[in-house]
Design a binder for this molecule. Structure first.
Ligand SMILES: [Zn+2]
Length: 105
């Protein structure tokens, strides 16, 4: 909410109808707990109760340091699918970001 308040004018925020978040599965954020926290936030800070929160989980991707191939990590196997080398060069899956904000017309 603080980020959104810096990004948008007060008038726009009143028209806000939904927030879409992308949460990486390595971010240690449990979507269900985040939803609960959002409900609690709205109870403590009235004003955004009508705004929906949508959370999308984001899978892990690594980029191989050797061959620069990008691998979609499954079952936490951090191996390059092209050359087979282990890699910890995570390029996706640790983030939590505001992906999209919807406003009333
Ligand atoms: Zn590789």
């Amino acid at each position: 909410m603080r980020t959104l308040e810096m990004e948008f004018e007060q008038e726009q925020l009143k028209q806000m109808k939904a927030i879409h978040l992308k949460v990486g599965i390595l971010s240690n954020i449990e979507p269900r707990l985040l939803q609960n926290a959002y409900v609690a936030y709205n109870q403590a800070n009235p004003g955004y109760e009508r705004v929906g929160l949508h959370i999308e989980s984001v899978d892990i991707k690594v980029k191989c340091e050797v061959c620069t191939h990008v691998t979609h990590v499954k079952n936490y196997r951090f191996l390059c699918e092209n050359c087979g080398r282990p890699t910890k060069n995570i390029i996706q899956g640790e983030e939590m970001l505001i992906h999209k904000v919807e406003f009333e017309d």
